[in-house]
Ligand binder design. Structure first.
Ligand code: LMR
Length: 334
């Protein structure tokens, strides 16, 4: 009788083991932008190749467009383990205590993607990703979006045109500081709420990449879009650290390689996506796109430069200096 009970117990244990081995690992990947943006497409590509390469052992459920969580909630959900992966804009890491990520929001510190990649793909990028571990977060890679531009319902050409405008911003203290510097009134708001806030006049304008502007249909509710390109806009792809560490080693390695490939895919098409978005805004004909002359661009650079020094306490003087070195940025030469 005892022998039978032991056999039954052993059998059910091994059935359980088989069942759990057969259960796929589910990764919920939440983000706040549309599918037809660099991040939206890169997340979909990552899902495709990761699922193919893990042969059904991993399922990645991507939730775009703030479907699951808005800006702040998604970071909390990741830390609690309610979702396993995210790719928030670097401008949203401050509230988690990772203020160094605001280095990417420093106005005009990057002139192009090549300069950005010197940082994201080099030791500084590695150091930034590593710094997230103490928050229970594994930093995996960086994805480009584009360069941020100002939009509003009244024309914006020079920094002085920002005066008195209520501008939606994400939770970045750097963005808040430069908005205040030019006399605007920044309002922190989740990305998913921006269209309505523009439509109802809660804000006068915002700043974002062309792809985010167009894919959220902000051109329906903003008359002017000015190509200030005043800061880089990009993402850090992150995972819940406990979850990531517990993944079987072979699966983790496959996912890491899939992320490398998804990063290449993302960064290859980011520029084109933003160019296409601008063309669509132009074609829709509701928004006037203003390109700046070199002198006007220079006026923005000069006006926003004091933010670099102002943010030293938050971002770290040393980090700022090492990014200056990587990008050959010399504030004295502006
Ligand atoms: C924002 O302005 O909130 C965006 O940068 C969102 C995003 O993920 O690109």
């Amino acid at each position: 009788m005892r022998f039978k009970a032991v056999v039954v117990a052993l059998l059910s244990l091994s059935f359980a083991a088989v069942a759990s081995a057969a259960q796929p690992i589910i990764i919920k990947f939440s983000h706040v932008v549309a599918v037809d943006t660099p991040k939206g497409q890169a997340a979909a590509y990552f899902k495709k190749i990761a699922e193919e390469r893990t042969k059904g052992r991993v399922i990645i459920d991507v939730y775009p467009n703030s479907q699951l969580y808005k800006d702040k909630e998604e970071l909390e959900a990741l830390q609690l383990g309610s979702v396993q992966m995210l790719a928030p804009a670097t401008s949203k890491f401050g509230p988690m205590g990772a203020k160094m990520f605001e280095i990417f929001e420093l106005p005009y510190v990057f002139d192009n993607y090549a300069e950005v990649h010197k940082v994201t793909e080099g030791p500084v990028g590695k150091q930034l990703l590593k710094s997230l571990e103490s928050k229970g977060v594994t930093g995996l890679t960086f994805w480009d979006n584009g360069f941020r531009c100002m939009s509003a319902n009244k024309p914006i050409t020079l920094p002085a045109d920002m005066k008195g405008k209520k501008m939606r911003i994400s939770s970045s203290k750097t963005i808040e500081a430069y908005m205040r510097l030019v006399g605007a009134m920044p309002q922190v708001m989740s990305f998913g709420e921006v269209y309505q806030a523009m439509q109802t006049g809660v804000v006068d304008g915002a700043e974002n990449s062309p792809s985010n502007f167009q894919s959220q249909k902000m051109n329906e509710v903003q008359k002017y879009f000015t190509l200030t390109d005043h800061s880089y806009s990009g993402y850090a792809v992150i995972a819940n650290k406990t979850f990531w560490d517990k993944l079987p080693k072979d699966i983790r390695e496959i996912l890491e390689q899939a992320l490398k490939d998804a990063t290449q895919y993302n960064n290859k098409m980011a520029q084109k996506d933003n160019d296409d978005a601008l063309a669509k805004v132009k074609k829709a004909g509701k928004t006037q796109i203003t390109a700046l002359t070199p002198d006007q661009k220079q006026a923005w650079k000069k006006a926003l430069l004091p933010i670099h020094q102002k943010m030293e306490d938050k971002i770290g003087k040393e980090l700022i200096q090492s990014v200056y070195r990587e990008t050959n940025f010399d504030p004295a030469k502006l």
